[in-house]
Design a protein around this ligand. Structure first.
Ligand code: DC
Length: 359
């Protein structure tokens, strides 16, 4: 089972918070801005007179042992907000000094480990939108939906400058662009959970979009995936005489043929077609096949073959299959495929259309 999390990752000022908030409203589910948790740590350090830029990891560890951060309602009926040791810092967390301190403490492995548990506990009560830098890669690598937002550096600088209180006094477009680039660098280069797109995250470049277009795109993607998950491919097949052996049962090697028939059907159901993929220069040769035989089938038995894309990572795809006669399981197993670029005869990344089939 995957985690019922909608992960929204991306660099600073890429529009994550806005779209996460809008999504949570549209779907009526909670939203956690995990950047605020790192900001909360920086806020606490500054409050007790420590500079996040120079404090040691050990010192931060000692302070966290005595710190309580939670999402709670500041007043009855109000949306939940960050509470640190009983205080709601509200807008204080949005300042530029806190932002750069947050980026610094976010490089510390013990801070990340401490916040990891907190974030995972927050998702235990049902579907949630979680926004940050490493939600789809480290916090919930099994999130059901993953989006990686981005926008050009200039667009991001313009957006950040327009958010009052988020930049230093006297900031210009150029200085904000420089600050953002420095934070991107720090967030992407750290050794633990660096900012990077998960292989199975949908890339959303919203440089040219208004926030409602980004929201609509993400909602469409979620609905499409949900519909696809509901629509299970079931291939029905009547065993012909030619498939049976001298013992009168389906010859074992035929099950791999059934797996192949299923894969073809599943791709067509998803609007993909293997024939079309090959025409476009992508082949999926089998590099591993496993079949476990449980029971046998005979001439004229009606078989149903089901399956799913179980894994898709880098250049490999794993497709699981089950063959049944009524309720009786005859065989189950899987094939692993290398994704090949036929023009260069080299492995290539799994195409996004196939990644979408991942369940
Ligand atoms: O999104 P933000 O600007 O509020 O984030 C503040 C900092 O926290 C950012 O520089 C990187 C860090 N962060 C992180 O490392 N991992 C997250 N999941 C969220 C934020």
């Amino acid at each position: 089972m995957s985690s019922d999390v909608i992960a929204i990752d991306g660099p600073a000022a890429s529009g994550k918070s806005t779209v996460a908030r809008n999504l949570s409203e549209a779907l009526g589910i909670p939203c956690i801005n995990t950047g605020s948790l790192y900001r909360a740590v920086a806020w606490k350090l500054l409050r007790i007179g420590l500079n996040p830029e120079s404090v040691t990891e050990e010192e931060v560890g000692r302070i966290l042992a005595d710190t309580r951060i939670a999402y709670e309602k500041p007043a009855p009926g109000a949306p939940p907000d960050i509470r640190i040791d009983g205080i709601f810092p509200g807008q204080e967390l949005r300042g530029a000094e806190i932002a750069s301190g947050a980026s610094k403490v976010a490089t510390m492995p013990n801070v990340r480990a401490w916040l990891l548990d907190l974030q995972r506990n927050m998702a235990k009560r049902g579907r949630i939108v979680m926004e940050g830098r490493d939600i789809g890669t480290a916090v919930f690598p099994d999130a059901r939906f993953k989006f990686f937002l981005t926008a050009s550096p200039m667009v991001r600088a313009r957006r950040r400058l327009a958010q009052s209180g988020e930049t230093f006094d006297g900031a210009t477009l150029e200085s904000v662009a420089r600050d953002i680039a420095a934070r991107d660098e720090q967030d992407s280069r750290r050794s633990v959970a660096p900012l990077k797109r998960a292989d199975d995250a949908v890339l959303v470049d919203n440089s040219e979009w208004e926030s409602d277009q980004t929201l609509q795109f993400i909602l469409d993607q979620i609905r499409e995936k949900e519909n696809m998950e509901k629509k299970e491919t079931v291939l029905a097949y009547r065993v012909p005489y030619a498939d049976t052996d001298q013992m009168g049962v389906v010859y074992y090697a035929n099950y791999l043929k059934y797996f192949e028939m299923f894969r073809s059907e599943m791709l067509i159901d998803a609007g993909l077609s293997y024939l079309q993929m090959e025409k476009e220069g992508i082949a999926l040769p089998v590099i591993e096949a496993v079949c476990r035989y449980k029971s046998s089938a005979r001439f004229e038995d009606r078989l149903t073959i089901t399956g799913r894309v179980a894994e898709a990572k880098g250049v490999r795809v794993k497709i699981e299959c089950e063959v049944r006669c009524g309720e009786r399981l005859l065989a189950d197993g899987y094939t692993v495929h290398a994704c090949m670029d036929m023009k260069n005869n080299r492995p290539t990344r799994v195409p996004p259309a196939l990644l979408k089939l991942l369940k």
